[in-house]
Write a protein that binds this ligand. Structure first.
Ligand SMILES: [Zn+2]
Length: 154
């Protein structure tokens, strides 16, 4: 998404959790503990992926996007679809998104990443664009002036 910023990637932590499991230092009971709420969120608001579950390898993972921030009021802490996120990103100034992957087969779940969304992240919004145009307009005018001067010198 265009306004995505301050991304924190948790894939290292995820790989570490999987290593612990393979090494027998963690059990699937510890890692596959998706709550009924998380699974409902995955069913109703989740985005399906092509990624196979690393634990059971029989289901594809679903990504759930949880939103947090003062501007969200009662919606804070709820799951949203990607389409809803992009609307919010254009409406609100700033909110936090936590992405959790879930397997609806074996209940594996893990935080994948977090990031900020919202209009505050727009660097090329309407204001920025006009400023850019002004700068290139000035450059064009200077260029035209320089050309005219060169022509006058001839
Ligand atoms: Zn699974």
């Amino acid at each position: 998404m265009r306004t995505q910023r301050q991304v924190v990637d948790y894939s290292l932590r995820k790989r570490a959790a999987l290593r612990e499991l393979l090494a027998g230092r963690a059990s699937t009971h510890d890692l596959c503990d998706a709550s009924p709420y998380l699974k409902n969120a995955a069913r109703f608001h989740g985005e399906p992926t092509d990624q196979r579950c690393p634990i059971c390898r029989s289901e594809n993972l679903t990504r759930v996007h949880y939103i947090y921030g003062d501007e969200l009021k009662q919606s804070a802490g709820q799951a949203r679809t990607l389409a809803e996120l992009s609307v919010l990103a254009m409406t609100l100034r700033e909110f936090q998104v936590f992405v959790v992957e879930v397997c609806l087969g074996c209940d594996w779940n893990h935080l994948v990443e977090q990031y900020l969304l919202g209009r505050d992240g727009l660097t090329d919004g309407p204001d920025g664009e006009s400023e850019h145009e002004t700068v290139s307009g000035v450059a064009a005018a200077v260029g035209a002036g320089a050309r005219r001067r060169r022509e006058a010198q001839r």
